[in-house]
Ligand binder design. Structure first.
Ligand code: SAM
Length: 226
């Protein structure tokens, strides 16, 4: 029997990046996990507690409208967002992740689709009242960071909100990712195209009080400021 640790995410990522393919390893990892020979490190039973906590404390604007979950992985956050009352689309670059998620949640009202953040459908531009980006941008190398951030920001509708959750990197710190956590300047750079930062905070995880993450909320004005 194959040990689930035989295929590890770091090894797949290193090989994929060396071949100039920054995202190909995700599909390989999900496929290996489906075959029982790998573990998806971010697979969890519960939605991200920082998303849950944010939604409890702050009624998200646009409930009843459209939400988009970026890099939805195995669906835990998208299933939470749909329960908040949004018509929810969730996308991932990995076909196996999307297929596995549909199998996990066969009756889900979430529209799970395969799509690439770096080349999203044009109809998603400025289309969503809530966009949730949790640890996907940090999973992509720094060479595509600015593009990835601009794409995420570009999908927020006028009057809509963007929630970003990410690991923290000190400015100038070198990391051998993945992941490549975000600096404060990178978090602030989501404020483009009419989005402005409402709150940028470093919060600890309920399960690990010593581990901090960025949680940032941006809003796009109904009438963009000139
Ligand atoms: C670190 S995982 C996080 C998954 C999920 N957001 C979570 O918090 O559990 C990053 C996810 O982003 C997806 N991903 C990476 N690059 C992507 C891209 N260019 N477009 C869409 N999804 C992407 C991966 O397949 C993976 O599921």
């Amino acid at each position: 029997m194959t040990n689930p640790r035989d295929v590890d995410a770091t090894r797949l990522a290193t090989r994929s990046l060396a071949q100039g393919d920054p995202t190909g390893w995700f599909e390989q990892l999900y496929a290996a996990a489906q075959a029982g020979s790998a573990i998806v490190p971010w697979d969890a039973d519960e939605p991200n507690p920082l998303l849950v906590d944010w939604a409890e404390r702050h009624e998200p604007a646009g409930v009843g409208g459209q939400a988009l979950v970026v890099g939805s992985g195995l669906g835990r956050d998208a299933e939470h967002v749909v329960r908040l009352g949004f018509r929810t689309t969730a996308f991932d670059i990995s076909e196996t992740a999307i297929r596995t998620t549909r199998e996990r949640f066969p009756n889900s009202p979430v529209d799970y689709v395969v799509a690439d953040l770096l080349d999203p459908p044009s109809e998603w531009t400025a289309a969503f009242d809530l966009v949730v980006e949790s640890i996907t941008v940090q999973s992509m190398p720094l060479s595509v960071r600015a593009d990835a951030i601009a794409r995420v920001a570009g999908m927020v509708a006028a009057g809509g909100e963007l929630l970003v959750i990410s690991g923290i990197r000190v400015e100038g710190e070198h990391v051998d990712g993945p992941p490549w956590p975000l600096t404060r300047a990178e978090i602030e750079s989501f404020a483009v195209g009419g989005l402005r930062a409402i709150r940028i905070e470093q919060v600890s995880l309920p399960t690990r009080p010593d581990a901090y993450r960025w949680r940032a909320v941006f809003r796009k004005d109904l009438t963009p400021m000139s």
